[in-house]
Design a protein around this ligand. Sequence first.
Ligand SMILES: [Zn+2]
Ligand SMILES: [Zn+2]
Length: 242
Amino acid sequence: MDMAEEPRVRILSTRTIPLNPIRPIYFMHTPDITPEEKQLALETLEEILNIAKVSREIPVVDFGVWRQPNFRNSDGQLVPHMSVDWYVNKWLNQQRRQVNVSEGATQLLFDPWNEKQPHYDVILTAQDLYTPDTNFVVGIAHKRRGTITSVKRFRDIKDKRMERETKKQELFHEVGHVFGLPNESRGFDLEYSLGAHCTNNCAIRQGLYVPRDWVNFVNDRQRTGQVYCDPCTKDLRTYFRK
Ligand SMILES: [Zn+2]
Ligand SMILES: [Zn+2]
């Protein structure tokens, strides 16, 4: 089965999440990300901020392969919260050779760095991801907090241009979720298939079949010239103006 399900909403306390939407984006990635993929991600983030009309207020801080000086202890173990390696590989399931992102993303919600310096996290990896109820996922997003996104499933696309565009499409999707899309209170053009999604020609559509759905979404985006549909674009801009 070639289906990527997104995890259902979990019961997590949002009490400690700062509500001011104007915060920097901390971008970091695991060492398996190529310079081209990193550049693509940074460009995509700028594109999203431009659509949201907040590129002047929200800086993207590039932490690269983020590692604090003592990110491993004397036994070689990863020290919690001290490297991108810990945030991603801490949850590596050796048997499945996949990273459990439901656990990983939970860590994002209780991140001591975020308590000190509120920000959004965008973590990019080429590790394959899963949640306990799926065979794989291409990414996970927590509204108002951050995402862990994987390029892994798009690397096999033969057409290089399409490979690039599907990776962008996925970031448009996951980062859109981080910025509150779809806005469920609007009450239309929504579906509840593994979490709330938009039913329009839009990056917030649910793409269960990977990469087939995502290739179709890229074609639609390039035909219409729109990343997010009109209601989602409006909601994205409103998110930052509350
Ligand atoms: Zn989604
Ligand atoms: Zn939409």
